[in-house]
Write a protein that binds this ligand. Structure first.
Ligand SMILES: NC(=O)c1ccc[n+]([C@@H]2O[C@H](COP(=O)([O-])OP(=O)(O)OC[C@H]3O[C@@H](n4cnc5c(N)ncnc54)[C@H](OP(=O)(O)O)[C@@H]3O)[C@@H](O)[C@H]2O)c1
Length: 252
């Protein structure tokens, strides 16, 4: 059955892959991100694959903008909150920029998801599905990534609380925790790691892959597959849980 889905962070990476995963179903796909031109390029791909596309250029930190988008959408079956940013925030960096980076990551990755659920949950009815995109850095700490780890751990707490609040309305809230996924975010992370360790980017990537039991990065399409599993109406048992999509890094 064609479904109506809203996807944040749809202009590239994992959000784009989720949109393309569902395009052939022919449902309404609401794509949200800040970069209008990038969203339009994804919209063309999704429409070519059979989806009915609706573009929403908005920032997830802007509550009023999200509410305005929500007012234009009659009904949703699912919501995927994939918008996010990353970056290093070492505790010893005493610059104003470090504090600004910390605030921006928390506001986008944690408060942004809260804003998204607040704006769009009223469009979901019984059987609705919400998936919040956390990370393996929501499962363990990494030095230098205090803001990102705090946001992604916080997202799992938010998932658990929202799941219990919304299940009486028949709405299922869950999270996914991907490992390394081949997107712009991961490329930036590898570049930072290479610089910090005095390695080439290829060497840094190999080091990152070595700690993954399956020894590789994932493609955004593989993460979309896991998210689609949680969005499937046949899936009625996951409530407030986190699905690890990391090739065996976290086994709990
Ligand atoms: N790549 C990985 O290795 C990895 C691993 C674990 C978890 N994740 C998580 O997966 C999610 C998607 O990341 P990705 O890898 O696909 O990264 P990406 O390629 O950098 O894409 C990030 C997306 O988020 C959007 N976005 C960022 N800030 C936004 C804001 N304030 N308002 C609206 N949209 C915003 C971006 O669009 P605009 O620039 O157009 O706004 C873009 O569409 C993130 O939550 C990330 O933390 C990624």
């Amino acid at each position: 059955m064609p479904r109506s889905l809203l996807i944040t962070g749809a202009s590239r990476g994992i959000g784009r892959a989720v949109a393309l995963h569902f395009a052939a179903e022919g449902g309404d796909l609401h794509l949200l991100g800040r970069d209008e031109a990038a969203l339009a390029a994804v919209a063309e791909e999704v429409a070519a694959a059979g989806g009915k596309v609706h573009l929403h250029a908005a920032n997830v930190t802007d509550r009023a903008a999200l509410q305005a988008v929500s007012a234009r959408i009659p009904q949703l079956d699912g919501l995927v909150a994939a918008a996010g940013i990353s970056g290093v925030t070492p505790v010893d960096d005493d610059s104003d920029e470090a504090d600004a980076a910390f605030d921006a990551i928390l506001q986008t990755d944690l408060t942004g998801c809260w804003n998204t659920v607040r704006a769009f949950a009223p469009r979901l009815g019984t059987g609705g599905r919400i998936v919040l995109v956390s990370s393996v850095l929501g499962r363990f700490g990494v030095p230098g990534y205090g803001a990102y780890c705090a946001a992604k751990h916080g997202l799992l707490g938010l998932t658990k609380a929202l799941a219990l609040e919304l299940i009486p309305r028949g709405i299922f809230v869950n999270a996914v925790a991907p490992g390394w996924v081949d997107t712009r975010m991961a490329q930036t992370g590898i570049a930072a790691m290479a610089q910090g360790m005095g390695l080439s980017e290829a060497e840094a990537r190999r080091k990152a892959e070595e700690v993954v039991p399956v020894q590789r990065f994932f493609q955004p399409e593989e993460i979309a597959h896991g998210i689609a599993w949680l969005l499937n109406p046949a899936n009625t048992m996951q409530v407030g849980q986190c699905l690890n999509l990391d090739g065996g890094v976290v086994q709990a």
